[in-house]
Design a protein. Sequence first.
Length: 558
Amino acid sequence: MKQNVKSEGIVNDATYRHGALCAIVSICCFIFTPELRAQQDLPRLVDVTQQAGITFVHSIGDDDMDNIIESNAAGCALFDYDGDGDLDVYLINGAYTQGLSNVRGRRNRGKLSNALYRNNGDGTFTEVTSEAGVGDKGMGMGVSVADYDNDGDQDLLVTNYGPNVFYRNNGDGTFTDITQQAGVENDLSGIGSTFFDYDLDGYLDLYVGNYLEYDPNYRYFYAARRFPGPLAYHGQPDVLYHNNGDGTFTDVTQQAGVYNPEGRAMGVVSGDIDDDGDWDIFVPNDGMYNYLYRNNGDGTFTDVAVRTGTAYGQAGEATSAMSAEFADIDLDGLVDIVVPDMAYSCVYKNTGTGFFQEMSARTGLAAACGQYTSWSANYFDFDHDGYGDLFITNGHAHRLIGQEDLLLINDAGKRFINVSRELGPDFQEKFVSRGSAAGDFDNDGDVDLLVMNMNARPRLLRNDGGNRRNWIMIHLVGTTSNRDAIGARVRLTVGEKTQTRLRVSSSGYLSQGDHRLHFGLGDATRVDRIEIRWPSGEVQILENIQANQVITVTEPSP
């Protein structure tokens, strides 16, 4: 098999309602495990937002959070909009919205917009929103990024409460609003979105989650909660758009079998949950059961959430699920699903038999998340030991009350250990956090974090020390497949350990992370084997690859 590889440079350098007992056990493990004592030299997460020149401040559009739409904003993105090899920052903002915002927010009318910051390559950023033409002023929710037209640059979809906005990248540092031309207006309560090639024709299709039909006149609720919950309103159907390959999309929701008029989607994701080569859709829903649409391979989907065990929480309850992250937690080659929610969060362990087992209590996630409202999860190898770790954002759902975020270290696939207090003083600050994106913004080989906070500044958290151990990043370029290679599966082997990553679109809550696939290698200086299964079905093998570099791998031509 032809190895088409380009090096881009080397950088050296059970229910849980009896949870009290589980929590005590978890705390004891936290104090006494030898694995934790071995983590005395963990990396730190340093807040570099101010020194990086990012001055953006998020606003919900008025003075206080007093309805459920405002509560669910907002996401962010790390992506390379100008193709210079480093990650830029896109931040979603709110807006004063008639019929939604408190009248005291009228001073914000027309003054708030999203923001784009260009990475200068030296640790600083420059705001380029106006010149790039991406300063949407809608009531922003989420963002996803993909090369929908296979022209080699990254296009930008913004979901809003109201009409969404789709920006085509012109390849010269500017974007053009092609929402109506492309046919993806979707003037419902847009929220999560994901790009994926569900019919494997080489063009990226688009799934847009919609939330609910907000009624400002509905005022029946428990006063301490400040506003009604999601089940007080009718839901809205999500939309599946088929990419026609000519710059336009067609709504195929009903014929594809994903029409659910009473859904209440949050941060939707796509990935291959059954390893059959085609892409499935997971929809975390708020206050009701989740959807897991299995791709039937003929242009249609079947909701298998109930039969697979991914519809409900550990006690069979409908959770207020916020987002989902696909992750092979224990390196068995099977894709598991992590779902942050308003209670203990969920870990759906893939059994390989078509069923998932909920494992949040056993893995320690429930004990860590139980006191928080959790929104966004990012799965990445923080300490480069070969096992992916979890970053989780937290923030009150009904009040602007801050909570700490969490970093959970993967203990060899057995459980997650909460090391949040070990990561330096910057990580201890409390914000009303929502979306988050993971990516290596300074190209030093370890993964940094971008966090969106409501009615406050975002946080760019630089990973200091993660690259003390070895790593590799893989940038995939499709030819027969879509150019972004969304839908690829990569298996990387070092010794007896094989890590599996999926090249996904959106990740975290309403957000978009680094599309390069990152692997921690521990003390290994070379990778034994990399197996890439492209969306086209082509399998490519690379062997004996040097560590500590970014490699670009192009799909072999047929």
